[in-house]
Write a protein that binds this ligand. Sequence first.
Ligand code: ATP
Length: 327
Amino acid sequence: MEATIAVSGLRKRFGPTQALDGLTFTVTPGQVTGFVGPNGAGKSTTMRVILGLDAPDAGTALIGGQQYRALKRPLSHVGALLDAAALQPSRTARNHLLWLAHSQGLGGKRVDEVVRLAGLESAARRRAGGYSLGMRQRLGIAAAMLGDPPVLMLDEPFNGLDPEGIVWMRGLLGSLAAQGRAVLVSSHLMSELQDTAHHLLVLGRGRVIADTSVRELVAAASGDRVTLRTSERSTAMTLLARAGATVAATDRDTLTVSGLAAERIVELLSADGVPFSEVSAHRATLEEAYMELTRDAVEFRGASSDGDGGGAGAGAGAGASAEEVAR
Ligand SMILES: Nc1ncnc2c1ncn2[C@@H]1O[C@H](COP(=O)(O)OP(=O)(O)OP(=O)(O)O)[C@@H](O)[C@H]1O
């Protein structure tokens, strides 16, 4: 089966709230796609519609070209982690997985495999009701992986994980994508997606406001700034300015240089015998890149009751313009 999620023109209203407002995107295989946006942007609703748990008012949501309800053994097509708290508390984790596996015609051997994959060996025979949120997330991952699906859709999988769990989750997501699966992951924290997501889908008020590669996004936000540390600040400033750079002193022995590549700066300083202890190209964090991307369009934040999202709109080359978003 084709490892894709394709959403087209999705609309969904809950009473006065237009939760999804003509959403269109494709999640492609072989990469982790971060699904981000402020509270109430429509991330969970989108996932619920894709899984057939909510019916859209308009539009389509297809997994590998098919609607969820048309899938014969859904767990073999798509694994989902939606609400890690939704468990039968009296069941052991293993029995929960066995029950799920049997409902899909899968055997106990696969249950043992996913228990291992999720790092739950030592806890699998304990009742899930006593699990911490982090362990529930692992159990949710185990359940999502039961059918070895080509498509994964995980709502806030980092929630409740300790630092070790976060590193584990990042590694897992990366390896699932490297196996050619399509992996859609919602998150509130850019830091969780840093070095994990290859692609970013930014939602605002039920619309896609940016659909962009993380590499391009970070490169654009990083600019061409280079940090230079030297004990001969004024000599370096004169030399680099003469070579066409814009140079600003940021500290007693530190300069920020733009307009010249780091390699060229090293060449120039070396040729003139100017000492330096650091020449490093600035790399924006995903958080910085996201803030820049969403800075301009106020409307992105949504109605004030929607809470604590970022700024709004889309930066150059990354989706709709601020004006479009503000409509
Ligand atoms: N069952 C429902 N009944 C009424 N309104 C709903 C329902 N489900 C979602 N909504 C509303 O739809 C909008 C989108 O909600 P959704 O949960 O999809 O956003 P989200 O991006 O997942 O938010 P969060 O980041 O807080 O999880 C919100 O305004 C929400 O209040």
